[in-house]
Design a protein around this ligand. Sequence first.
Ligand code: ATP
Ligand code: LTN
Length: 337
Amino acid sequence: MEAQNTPKQRIFSGIQPTGNLTLGNYIGALRNFGVLQNEYDCLYSIVDMHAITVRQEPSELRKACLRTMAIFLASGLDPEKNIIYFQSQVPQHAELGWILDCFTYMGELSRMTQFKDKSAKHADNINAGLFTYPVLMAADILLYMTNLVPIGADQKQHLELARDIALRFNAVYGDVFNVPEGYFPKVGARIMSLQDPTRKMSKSDPEECYIAILDKPEIIRKKLRRAVTDSDNSVVFDPENKPGIANLMSIMYALSDKSMDEITADYDGKGYGVFKDAVADCVISALEPIQKEYDRISADKAYLEQVMISGRERAEQIAWKTMLKVRKKVGLAALKL
Ligand code: ATP
Ligand code: LTN
């Protein structure tokens, strides 16, 4: 018989509470979280401190935090099995972030493509937090002795940096941190923008570029009908030459049990209008049950509050243990508790 007390591997991931979670967030991240909850010990954080690296309207940010938590729960994350919490409520993230800043090089941070993209998008506010964003992300992960980090392809470079920081720290102080591995979805690691299918679908882009998890059916259909495609009318998977159609095919592939060949066989030659409507049907039927659950859960403020408090307490217990060790290793003044 298998040993009952082998500790489960630990998973950590974070999502920023900025704007509306998208179909990209769902396919690339959220729906995989639900699949992992029985086999792993999972923490999912709503990373509000990362969100303030770009200017946020305070009351909207607060609402977006709760909305994100309700979407986590509505997409099937069980708050008993998973620790679901707000990053800013566990102050050890900021504390470890600072310490790890001292183990990260400027050169490394200037190579981060997300920093380059975000500085171009927010040229009037290229703040130090935007630059050190990946160090706070490394702290998120390392704080919990994480083994696996489920993320979309866009976060691979940040994860590599977290690993380098962990290895560097361990080389100086002994084996303090686990060196985490990435966990990438087999399909849908990079859902693209509906208006520019060479760029990833992002919740901070204009509305028409993304499908929000909470978009109503008629909006989903309208956005998909207007999705940018080529004009040669063939439904074949060719991301290089037909990025728009390839993206819609990937969405259908991720949300149905059809293979790419079956999708081609079913829709090639029928015209893009028919194909886009079929993609819309798939998206609507995947999102409708989540939206129903969301309406139910978001009306229950007491329940959300209870999930928030218990998540924070459970996360802090683990984080605190790591910090005691780290503080001691680097020689910070001892805390008398
Ligand atoms: P923002 O536009 O605010 O930068 P975002 O839409 O990129 O945000 P994040 O909160 O940064 O979303 O990402 C949460 C998770 O969703 C990450 O694991 C990320 O890799 C994944 N993800 C984001 N966008 C996509 C996408 N288009 N396709 C697949 N996965 C994605
Ligand atoms: N940087 C990520 C969000 C994020 C995260 C994390 C993901 C913050 N901390 C820790 C995984 C693990 C993003 O922009 N998607």
